[in-house]
Every structure is written in C-alpha cells, then in structure tokens.
Design a protein around this ligand. Structure first.
Ligand code: LMR
Length: 403
C-alpha cells in the first residue's frame, strides 16, 4: 500500500530541535528554534500565565466545543491588542477575527481562504523568510515567489529593490510581511519604510498578509503593532480601507508554545463584508480542524482583559525583551574581542529573537559537529537561547568558524 511513500527529509527547524534533544553532549547549546529560554536555560512559565490558568481552572465550567471561530472574549481581546481598543476599524466591526491553532493555524486558514476566494493570486514572501511560509502557502495550492529583502552586503533591507518588485506585482497579489522581528534576519522595516510601502500597496491593490509572531520582542507591544495600525488607517485610491490579513501568535509573547494560541484577523471594507469573510473563515476551519481548543485561548483572554494581569504580563514580556538585548550585547562583546576589526554591529541592531550571522551551511555544520552549537542552516541563531552561562562558549565557537 505505502511502498511509494518517501522518507520525510525533516523540517529545517523542528527536526534540528529534535536532534538537539537527542545529542548527549552536556555542553550543547540550542540556538536553533525560536523559543525564549530564561537565563537558566528553561522555557519560563510566566507569573501572569500561572495566575490566569488558576482563574480559568477555578471556573469549573464544562468544556463544550467552541464555535468554529473560537471564543468571543479571546477574539475581542486580540482585536484590541492588535489594533488598539478604540480603533475605528475595531469599533466599526470591519475586522473578522478567528482564534487559531497558533499563528501557523491562522496562516493556513488564511491561505485556504485566499486559494478559494482569490484564485489566481500568487503569494510573495521576503527573501529570505521563515522556512515554513513557502510550504504553507504552497500546501494551500498557491504559487509562492520572493521579493528582495535582506541585503547581506549591508545587513539592512534592500528597500528600493523591494519597492521596485512590489510596484510591478499584479493587483490582488498577496504580499507576506513580517510586522516586527523579522524571521530569520532580525532586520525590520523602519516606520518610514512602512509609510512608503503601504501607500504603494494601496495604490497597486495588493493584499498584505502580516505575520506577527513576536509582538513585544522588538520595541514593545504597542510599538510592534505599528504596521497593523498603519495598514488599518490606510485607504485605497477609491477611499475604501485597505484589506489585509494579520496572523498573530501568543506562543512566544506569553510562553504558551504547546497551547497553540493564535488568531487570524482580516481587515475588510465594512462590517457586512467582515461578516461574510468570517463565515468563510469558519468554513475553512470546519474543513481542517472544526474548532480550536478552549484552554489556551482563555488564558490569553484573561491576561488581556484583567488589568492587573495585563500589567504583569507587559512587565514579564519587557523582561524577556531586555534579556535578549543583554545577550546581544554580551555576544557582541566576546565576538568583537575574538575577531578584531570585524563589523559585528548587526548583532546589536537586529530586533527580536533572531540574528542572521551570514554563516554558510558548512560553518553551521561544523558548529554543530565540533562545538555542539545548534543553529538553523540558513545562518540564523536564536539569541534567546543564550544565557550568562553559555554566551561565552557560544561566542567562542562562533568565532572559531568565523575566523
Ligand atoms: C522558529 O522560527 O523557529 C519558530 O517560529 C518555530 C517554528 O515553528 O518554526
């Protein structure tokens, strides 16, 4: 029956993380997967999450199926977090939001929606992008292309080349954009660049699809929502709001990885359109997994809705952000001492969990084999895997292959 089934080559990120777990070397260092580890090398359980979990458990309520679109309180809380509570896009009801299984679930539901309702639209992702973006959209039957993004020569964005490509895209092309903390490069668009890109998107009638998996890890919760809010305020030449998707995640920002908490929001022209779009998102959900799980979404809703827990969460997220910054500085300090004259400032200027080191696959393999340091073969490291005990060893290992 299954003779022709081929061996799975493995996932460039998840399978590497599995390999790390199996590696018996005691001094191994995991800079592969995008997970925030604390200074003791553990995935933290946030105090805000612990308290919210307690509040949810003490409700002692049954566990019915959630509606296809998820829990209403969670969906409302997500809209307020992304767009701002009083944003007219929210208050006018023109945003269709579903609770999703991580942001990956949201990306997939959105991809299926696009394949069904915008047939012929191709997807354009940044070069490079998160490894799974292409697979996901191709898996939904969509054509995936790239637009220029990262410039290895400057460590910045090839913004003019990016604009040149975007300017030539056919109307209704889907442009996948990282709202903050670009994965894998850590190189974000500046506000000025968003302000130049968005009018072009509006004018060319393109469909932006924001991936917001690291809100709060760049400059702050509100600051990292800049692209969402700028798009929500943008108008097409005919005066209608710009339509766009945003898939967001609480995996990293609330350290809720395995709870698979995320959402997909679609900004529509008006409330009636949002109602129809929501209906079709529900249909897409029904055909994939029927409805999302209850537990994680309720933790998210309680934290976002309860002012004390919300403040606590913001503090904890700020602490994670600061620790990553401190690790960037420590890594930069040791590496600069080891590699004098080398420009390593990109470790300081890149945002969020990731740094793009420019290392090639052969150097990455050496790091894993000779030094027990795991990183993605594209040259991405997860800075959040560094801590005061391993940063020096990691920097020494990196320096050894960078010489
Ligand atoms: C990553 O990029 O490492 C994370 O987003 C985890 C994943 O699912 O790939």
């Amino acid at each position: 029956m299954f003779e022709s089934v081929e061996t799975y080559a493995g996932d460039p990120i998840l399978s590497l993380n599995d390999d790390f777990q199996k590696d018996p070397r005691p001094n191994k260092i995991n800079l592969s997967i995008g997970i925030y580890f604390d200074d003791a090398g553990r995935i933290p359980v946030l105090e805000s999450v612990r308290r919210a979990e307690h509040a949810v458990a003490s409700r002692d309520t049954p566990k019915p199926y959630l509606p296809m679109e998820g829990a209403a309180n969670m969906r409302r809380a997500v809209q307020r977090l992304l767009f701002g509570a009083e944003h007219p896009a929210v208050t006018s009801g023109r945003i269709a939001t579903i609770q999703s299984i991580g942001s990956s679930g949201g990306l997939k539901v959105g991809a299926d929606f696009i394949a069904r309702w915008l047939p012929g639209s191709a997807v354009w992702v940044s070069d490079p992008t998160w490894d799974n973006h292409r697979s996901m959209f191709e898996g939904a039957g969509l054509n995936v292309n790239t637009y220029p993004y990262y410039d290895p020569a400057t460590g910045g964005v090839r913004f003019d080349a990016m604009l040149d490509t975007v300017r030539e895209l056919p109307p209704r092309s889907v442009v996948l954009l990282h709202a903050c903390c670009h994965n894998p490069t850590g190189v974000d668009l500046t506000r000025e660049q968003w302000d130049r890109l968005i009018p072009l998107i509006a004018e060319r009638d393109l469909l932006p699809y924001l991936d917001l998996a690291y809100q709060g890890f760049g400059d702050g919760i509100e600051e990292d929502a800049y692209a969402v809010r700028a798009l929500a305020g943008a108008r097409r030449p005919d005066g209608k709001p710009v339509a766009f998707f945003v898939a967001n995640s609480f995996s990293k920002s609330m350290s809720l990885y395995g709870e698979r908490c995320g959402a997909l929001s679609v900004a529509c022209a008006d409330a009636a359109e949002a109602d129809r779009v929501l209906g079709q998102l529900k249909f897409a959900v029904r055909r994939i997994y029927s409805s999302p799980p209850i537990h994680g979404g309720q933790i998210v809703a309680v934290i976002l809705d309860e002012p004390e827990l919300r403040a606590r969460w913001e503090d904890e997220l700020g602490g994670m952000r600061e620790r990553i910054r401190a690790m960037r500085q420590a890594l930069h300090r040791v590496l600069s001492a080891q590699l004098p004259g080398r420009d390593l400032d990109y470790f300081l200027t890149q945002r969020g969990m990731f740094s793009y080191t420019g290392l090639g696959a052969a150097q990455v393999d050496r790091l894993r084999e000779e030094h027990g340091l795991y990183m993605v073969r594209s040259g991405r490291i997860c800075v959040a895997g560094l801590n005061t005990s391993n940063v020096e060893a990691a920097a020494n290992a990196l320096a050894a292959v960078m010489r």
